[in-house]
Design a binder for this molecule. Sequence first.
Ligand code: NDP
Ligand code: 2IT
Length: 446
Amino acid sequence: MDHRVESFMANIIAKNPNEQEFHQAVQEVAESLIPFIEENPKYKHAKILERIAEPERVILFRVPWLDDKGEIQINKGYRIEMNSAIGPYKGGLRFHPTVNLGILKFLAFEQVFKNSLTTLPMGGGKGGSDFDPKGKTDNEVMRFCQSFMTELARHIGPDTDIPAGDIGVGGREIGFMFGQYKRLRNEFTGVLTGKGREWGGSLIRPEATGYGCVYFAQAMLKTRNDSLEGKIISISGSGNVAQFAAEKVTELGGKVVTVSDSNGYIYDPAGINREKLDWLMELKNIKRGRIKEYAEQYGVEYVEGMRPWSIKCDVALPCATENEINKEEAERLIKNGCFVVSEGANMPSTNDAVEVFLRNRILYGPGKAANAGGVAVSGLEMTQNSMRLSWHREEVDQKLQQIMKDIHETCIKFGKEEDGHINYVKGSNIGGFVKVADAMLSQGAV
Ligand code: NDP
Ligand code: 2IT
């Protein structure tokens, strides 16, 4: 490691002990940025990177709620308000038993760069709880969401901090939280995004992260005069992002052969066509079942306890969670001929897996660029709410496509190397940084 990165990281680790995911995310960015900052001393003297790595505000609170048996349950609630240099804090809420401060800080840190890349005026934030929605009744989820929002409401607002969904938070949870916010404030505003379409939500927001991730893969392929037509696609996860990535990539002529959940993956060599995808969506979104049931329904292979990266594919779309591709899995993907990785999830590849992708010069689109379509359409939902109108599906999709193309262009601008190869890691880190850094310089030492 570069000695300047090493000493920067030693300080980060000392100040933020036991936050491995946060260290990982900061290091990946620091490796791109520190050489760039050396060439641009104005950022160095103003300690911009050091400031970006320290949240503006961290809110931690108790979330007590009553389960169906009448017993009191207690969870932790968090909101990390990371950076507001270019707009109000914006980013999702995650409800998952693994949620802790380090994970939310990594997500909030990534969000700052991602939101900047979208070209829209949004700062970065993230929040959530160690609450596990799995196995809970709708009433329990509602009581939890109401209690969570009772405290969160005093910290957020349509011009201050606008949360949305992430793992474990979809339309159902956003609805319960919006209802509680409205009741507490007596205000109907765009304080959350990912709302239902009847009550201020934007068309295409549910689809946006998955679609955007596929549009980004398409843009990367185009630099090699190639397309998704006829490609074999491996997807991980089977939630919001995975489902709509599968839908779009299939529409564009690719064949999706895997999806997964935290218990295992299914391999369907014939491809997950429209009919099977509809069945899968009902299984996951309505019945809230397990991916194993897909294998039983369609008579295909189910591999328990494993991730799908040993299956031969051209394009991998990791859409489940962080660190779901390690070095060996990255090497296996490359050995099997995979040459496109577009990250629907946040930080799904470990830093040494990223190195494998970079060394092999594949088309590797890191999450902060490739999955920015979700928050971008959240930004468009905020615009529609402010204007008190709603755009048609085609109009939002058109804007999403343009934003993903613009992000790709930014990656080329800051990430093209002397021999013409595009390093999307460098491109997205520097491209996301510059706008935030310049805004911070203009606003002084705040
Ligand atoms: P969902 O809750 O809808 O789906 C999550 C999926 O990932 C499920 O299939 C889940 O399986 C699986 N998963 C979750 N945790 C783990 C784990 N520890 N190990 C293996 N599999 C796991 O979430 P989303 O689809 O919204 O989010 C997926 C990823 O995309 C996350 O990294 C999120 O941060 C990122 N993202 C989401 C955006 C959005 O708009 N929703 C925007 C940008 C990024 P199981 O059912 O077993 O838990
Ligand atoms: O990681 C992400 O970008 C999200 N979960 C979406 C955030 C948002 O505000 O739409």
